[in-house]
Design a protein around this ligand. Structure first.
Ligand code: A5A
Length: 285
């Protein structure tokens, strides 16, 4: 590789690959599965510091951390048709257990709306239990068909922080989306990442959402990169799963939900945006 080809300012993509490997942050493209990377000790520490920051911001705003199974049964995933249509081509399936074909295919979660809504319907039955704010930091799998990129577009997202909330009314859920935007703003401010917040057009909103608010940043090569999203899910999932909550007047209704997520992309952005032609530079935090 010629040095001139690896400059942050003139050839970001090669600069990034070289930094990840030479600083021993993330080994990408050598493990024999496409679209997955290996966090090496130094990279793991950077990632851990970023996780600690988002965990603190969520914990201090009343979010509770949970851990759901990686496997989602096919019939559950298919409950919300718009959602499943959005993810259908991206799902990895487990179809065998040992030598036996499974009667019910199991998906490796591409995200957890249906899995979490299913358990919420068992746990949260009355209005006095709401609002409820859960989050988890887990691996999710997406069979990306566009060109994969280390941390930026992977098939196993190992640092997927997804928050899921339940509310009695549309307005309360809309307020929660605003809180999510504030939390992410603080998070990116702390990391020194500039962003633009925008409401996505219909064609670009999350599958099964009323609306999506997204954060975009500008990478050194001038390309925009979506680094986080917050979705108002309305009653789409609760209706699809016939999940009702008893209200104060003893009638019942489908609750409203939100979800918001960030991924390994944030780690990539921290490394990318603070670097220069000499190599990576990390914010002191
Ligand atoms: N359940 C909601 C929160 C959700 O899944 N939203 S999302 O699909 O928009 O994903 C959240 C964020 O993950 C995106 O804004 C993007 O920054 C990141 N992301 C999505 N696909 C990715 C991929 N293949 N590799 C790395 N990051 C990805």
């Amino acid at each position: 590789m010629k040095v001139s080809r690896q400059k942050w300012s003139s050839n970001f993509s090669e600069w990034f690959d070289r930094v990840l490997s030479e600083a021993e942050i993330y080994d990408y493209g050598r493990y024999p599965v496409k679209g997955v990377g290996v966090w090496m000790p130094y990279g793991f520490k950077i990632r851990q510091n970023i996780i600690n920051l988002i965990r603190r911001l969520l914990d201090e705003t009343g979010h509770e951390e949970v851990l759901f199974p990686l496997l989602v049964p096919e019939d559950l995933l298919r409950k919300e048709s718009e959602h499943v249509k959005g993810f259908e081509r991206e799902v990895f399936w487990v179809t065998k257990g040992g030598e036996e074909e499974l009667e019910l295919k199991l998906a490796l979660r591409p995200t957890s709306e249906v899995a979490i809504t299913f358990m919420e319907s068992l746990w949260l039955k009355g209005y006095s239990q709401l609002p409820k704010k859960f989050y988890q930091i887990v691996s999710v799998f997406r069979y990306e068909t566009k060109a994969t990129r280390p941390m930026i577009r992977v098939r196993e997202l190992t640092t997927f922080k997804e928050a899921h909330t339940v509310h009695m009314t549309y307005e309360e859920a809309a307020k929660q989306v605003e809180e999510a935007v504030q939390i992410y703003s603080k998070f990116f401010d702390n990391l020194g990442i500039p962003y633009l917040i925008s409401r996505r057009p219909e064609w670009d909103k999350f599958a099964g959402a009323e609306y999506t608010i997204a954060f975009d940043t500008l990478m050194p090569d001038g390309r925009a990169l979506q680094i986080g999203t917050a979705h108002h899910l309305g009653q789409h999932f609760t209706k699809a799963m016939d999940y009702k909550v008893t209200k104060a007047d003893n009638t019942s209704d489908y609750p409203h939900q939100t979800s918001y997520g960030i991924s390994d992309r944030v780690v990539a952005t921290v490394i990318a945006l603070h670097g220069d032609d000499h190599g990576p530079v990390l914010p002191p935090r």
